[in-house]
Design a protein around this ligand. Structure first.
Ligand SMILES: Nc1ncnc2c1ncn2[C@@H]1O[C@H](COP(=O)(O)OP(=O)(O)O)[C@@H](O)[C@H]1O
Ligand SMILES: [Mg+2]
Length: 334
């Protein structure tokens, strides 16, 4: 009889790239995850997220899949659906939670239902002239954030804290920029505050655990845009965030609430704006950046888990969960 495969030598497929605007970012994360898993003794192959992927996975027969892809197709439930079809265990959120988290409009419906604090918003579609849409947006507030419903990394996001009128050129430009990336555009009330993010680690069979929150201080721009996120020296991370015990506990409570509200598993990272009076939840990322110096791994490190141990624990979590049995959908969390 063949001996059981030791956990230290799993055949793991790491998925990266894909059609989203964040493909290059994901390749950097995937290289980090692959290197960490190899250090743990696993047999790792990296695969590009493209139409040849299902065939390649059938041929390679990995024991589990570790998706390290952001945005469209990779993080929005599509890849997860393919992995369900192929009956391969995979790290991270399932189909529904991935789809909900990836769509900021749908995610906010769930957040509100769970009583979580979010910014007021308006959802716009291209059903009128840009002047009309700008009028509707300005009707919400003179202090706005415009963002595409399903992008990430600050792409297509414009902060407009000081609009004077609906005819402000900047508002029209912001709507054009967001509509260039998506059919649906979220216009949110702008909340001034500190940029905070908080990870949740939720390994199979364990209770979800909030990591210490991180404060991000953008350096490359006056807000946390693409350049501040990925440019060298673009931002400074303070983990644990200097928030005080009460605000820290509140951020962690909301992060856990958001993770549960969408039904995420393994890991997630919530973004917030926090000021003296409010903690505002912006979004949940189900596949956060995973280079060794990215926000989630950094916070896990502060909590005492090295990057290698984190990647290994996530792989083991996926393996322990296994594939979903037919007609055994996980109950939606309440
Ligand atoms: N309502 C808001 N008030 C103030 N700042 C915001 C608001 N929404 C977004 N931002 C800023 O824009 C950034 C990107 O927004 P977010 O919703 O996290 O989308 P993504 O990171 O997916 O692009 C945030 O990190 C924050 O700096
Ligand atoms: Mg964000």
């Amino acid at each position: 009889m063949a001996a059981a495969t030791p956990l230290s030598s799993l055949r793991i497929a790491v998925i990266h790239g894909g059609p989203s605007a964040e493909a290059e970012v994901s390749r950097v994360s995937a290289a980090g995850v692959a290197a960490a898993l190899v250090k743990k003794g696993h047999d790792v192959t990296r695969f590009e997220l493209d139409e040849a992927l299902p065939g390649k996975l059938v041929h390679a027969k990995p024991e589990l899949v570790f998706p390290v892809v952001h945005g469209t197709v990779g993080e929005d439930g599509c890849l997860q659906g393919v992995l369900e079809l192929l009956r391969l265990p995979y790290v991270g959120a399932g189909v529904l939670a991935s789809a909900l988290a990836n769509d900021k409009v749908q995610a906010k419906v769930c957040f509100r239902a769970a009583g979580l604090p979010v910014a007021d918003e308006l959802v716009l579609r291209r059903d009128g002239s840009i002047e009309m849409l700008a009028e509707r947006a300005f009707g919400l507030s003179a202090s706005l954030v415009v963002k595409p419903a399903t992008q990430g990394s600050g792409l297509g996001v414009t902060l407009l804290p000081d609009l004077e009128s609906a005819r402000d050129e900047r508002l029209r430009a912001a709507l054009d920029a967001a509509f260039a990336l998506d059919e649906a555009v979220l216009v949110e009330r702008f909340h001034r505050g500190r940029e905070i993010t908080c990870g949740v680690l939720h390994l199979h069979g364990e209770a979800p655990r909030a990591l210490p929150p991180t404060e991000i201080r953008a350096r490359a721009a006056d807000w946390y845009d693409f350049q501040s996120r990925y440019g060298k020296g673009g931002s400074e991370h303070l983990c644990p965030a200097p928030l005080g015990p009460l605000t820290t506990a509140r951020v962690q409570e909301v992060a856990l609430g958001a993770h549960r509200a969408l039904g995420v598993r393994d890991l997630s990272r919530c973004d917030f704006v926090v000021n003296d009076t409010e903690v505002i939840l912006l979004e949940v990322n189900t596949i956060p950046g995973m280079t060794p110096t990215s926000l989630f791994p950094e916070a896990a490190g502060v909590a005492g888990t090295s990057f290698e141990d984190l990647c290994d624990a996530l792989a083991r979590s996926a393996l322990a969960r296994g594939v979903r049995r037919v007609n055994a959908a996980a109950p939606f969390p309440t």
